[in-house]
Design a protein around this ligand. Structure first.
Ligand code: AOF
Ligand code: ZN
Length: 357
């Protein structure tokens, strides 16, 4: 028995809470009896609630094999250690997809189980499990938010014509998928230029969707406070301004100013990301113009790119490019990304990319 089928089920269960577990990982769990029959399942529904293992074990007295996509925890956090509960419930075998990257667990859960005589099988669907929890891994390893760029381009890589027309490059189907992507992230980040040009609301309009945090990079505070992006008092907005900007404005409680270092009249993105992370923003979807995208790419801050491509060609040299301002004159210096998937949202496609090697 290689437990791949059950691990797949764990990943599926974990995904039920996508977008709701931050800053915690997505975890699912399946328990089998000694004959290999499934007797319970569980998943982590929300930060602060039961871990997946505790959820599955709460429904049964005992079991034989527990399958889970993340190493069981060994620490007293918001809940007691899952490794202790697994031992107490008499589980004989634990199958995991990946070790926990949280330094307070990192191998200690496995040690605890083995010391108690529990058999541990590791690395089942490890790659899939790491993909699922890419945000959590980045957070734990680098203490930085996970950053993704979303853009919608023509076949020739443009996000608008030279007259500024951009509505709509991609189809309704593609734009509906954007709503689903937004729902996975803690926050959406844009710039004053986009707020002024497009006055977007940048919210998530799916049924039961969460209130996204908004981040507006606005060094000199030139956006209009009546812009749509500021209009929902339930949605927290951080405005990143120059730390030396004299501030006399009073803002409603859902708007908070983050004072950032600047370089060459630009917000220091690294400083902003560090400050956002300390405020609990674990993942950010950048939806902005080409210049800002270019900066994110140029400084290697993009962990992921979602690029929707419509089968339209503008042939407009002065149309705006999706990535600008970081001109590379030689192919060997191009910023490299790896294609993770290509999906069709007819008539468009969505290419999802991650950092290159
Ligand atoms: C989860 N859900 O199903 C598992 C987790 O703050 P706490 O006490 O909830 O602990 C969070 C840590 O527990 C998390 O960073 C990870 O290391 C470990 N496992 N966390 O939220 C789960 N199994
Ligand atoms: Zn746990």
């Amino acid at each position: 028995m290689n437990f791949e089928k059950q691990m797949k089920k764990c990943l599926k269960l974990a995904l039920k809470a996508e977008g709701k577990t931050s800053p915690n990982p997505m975890v699912g769990c399946v328990v089998l009896d000694e004959n290999g029959n499934e007797i319970s399942t569980g998943y982590h529904k929300k930060c602060g609630e039961k871990h997946a293992e505790a959820d599955a074990l709460s429904k049964i007295e005992t079991g034989h094999t527990l399958i889970v996509n993340l190493e069981p925890c060994s620490h007293f956090g918001k809940t007691p250690p899952c490794a202790d509960l697994i031992i107490k419930k008499g589980i004989k075998r634990v199958v995991i997809a990946m070790r926990d990257v949280n330094p307070i667990v990192a191998g200690n859960g496995i040690k605890k189980l083995k010391n108690a005589g529990v058999e541990v099988i590791e690395n089942v669907l490890e790659k899939e499990a790491k993909d699922l929890n890419e945000v959590f891994i980045k957070n734990m390893k680098e203490n930085k938010p996970f950053v993704a760029i979303k853009c919608a381009t023509t076949l020739d890589g443009k996000i608008s014509t030279s007259t500024g027309d951009s509505k709509w490059i991609t189809s309704e189907k593609s734009r509906h998928e954007v709503q689903k992507i937004r729902n996975k992230y803690d926050a959406i980040l844009t710039t004053s230029a986009t707020v002024i040009a497009d006055n977007p609301s940048m919210n998530c309009r799916l049924k039961n969707s969460k209130n996204l945090i908004k981040i507006v990079v606005d060094r000199t505070l030139k956006t209009d406070i009546n812009a749509k992006i500021y209009s929902n008092p339930k949605e927290k907005v951080y405005i990143a301004v120059d730390e030396n900007l004299p501030m006399k404005n009073v803002f409603p409680p859902h708007i908070e100013i983050i004072k950032c270092k600047t370089k060459n009249n630009k917000i220091d993105i690294e400083d902003l990301l560090t400050k956002l992370y300390s405020k609990g923003v674990m993942s950010i979807l950048v939806e902005s113009g080409g210049t800002f995208n270019g900066e994110i790419i140029g400084k290697n801050f993009a962990d992921k790119i979602y690029q929707f491509i419509a089968p339209k060609i503008l042939c407009d040299n002065d149309g705006k490019s999706a990535y600008a301002g970081q001109k590379q004159l030689y192919i060997k210096n191009a910023f490299n990304y790896k294609i993770k998937s290509v999906k069709s949202f007819s008539p468009d496609i969505l290419i999802t990319l991650c950092k290159g090697l």
